[in-house]
Design a binder for this molecule. Structure first.
Ligand code: AR6
Length: 172
């Protein structure tokens, strides 16, 4: 039985196989959860990101890349780039769903069993929180129905509003 959980907390403290970072296309760190992950992981994470940039030149919106995790207690960090919310007419919803799907594809390709997601795009990138919650839960829900390595997906909400929205989205 594959589980989906919603909790409130700090994703940098999660002991799972992989945590997902809400990064930007440069993969060179930033504010929000990206800044917190790079601070907690230390310089090895930035170095791993630099190697990806040297190889493929960053990461497009909706795509994901995987690195080692420096000083974090997980094994991997999956960096995905959420869409900046403009007016909803620029493919923002599809790109947000792609972040979850592409992150999970990378997780499966690396034999990952447990994975924690932040609430991608709901901070600096301004995606309306309720809709982001519905898209996140729907994407992950249909993904875990497939026969894959994934055993558990945890949504780690930082703020109480997202905790409420993701918890109610999970109940349908
Ligand atoms: N653990 C879990 N969630 C967190 C943490 C944490 N330690 N810190 C913040 N959040 P944001 P975005 C929540 O802004 O909207 C960066 O500069 C936060 O409350 O981190 O995808 C990147 O480099 C919010 O609910 O990411 C990009 O430039 C959620 O994480 C840009 O921000 C996402 O907020 C990406 O913007």
């Amino acid at each position: 039985m594959r589980q989906i959980e919603v909790i409130q907390g700090d994703i940098t403290r999660m002991s799972v196989d992989a945590i997902v970072n809400a990064a930007n296309s440069s993969l060179m760190g930033g504010g929000g959860v990206d800044g917190a992950i790079h601070r907690a992981a230390g310089p090895k994470l930035l170095e791993a990101c630099r190697q990806i940039v040297a190889r493929q030149g960053g990461c497009k919106t909706g795509d994901a890349v995987i690195t080692t995790a420096g000083n974090l207690s997980c094994k991997y960090v999956i960096h995905t780039v959420g869409p900046v919310w403009r007016d909803g007419n620029n493919g923002e919803r599809e790109k947000l769903a792609a972040c979850y799907n592409n992150s999970l594809d990378l997780a499966v390709a690396n034999g990952i069993r447990t994975i924690a997601f932040p609430n991608i795009s709901t901070g600096i990138y301004g995606f309306p929180k309720e809709e982001a919650a519905m898209i996140a839960i729907a994407s992950v829900h249909s993904y875990v129905k497939k026969e894959t390595t994934i055993e558990k997906v945890i949504f780690v909400c930082f703020d109480a509003e997202n905790l409420r929205l993701y918890s109610s989205a999970i109940k349908g």
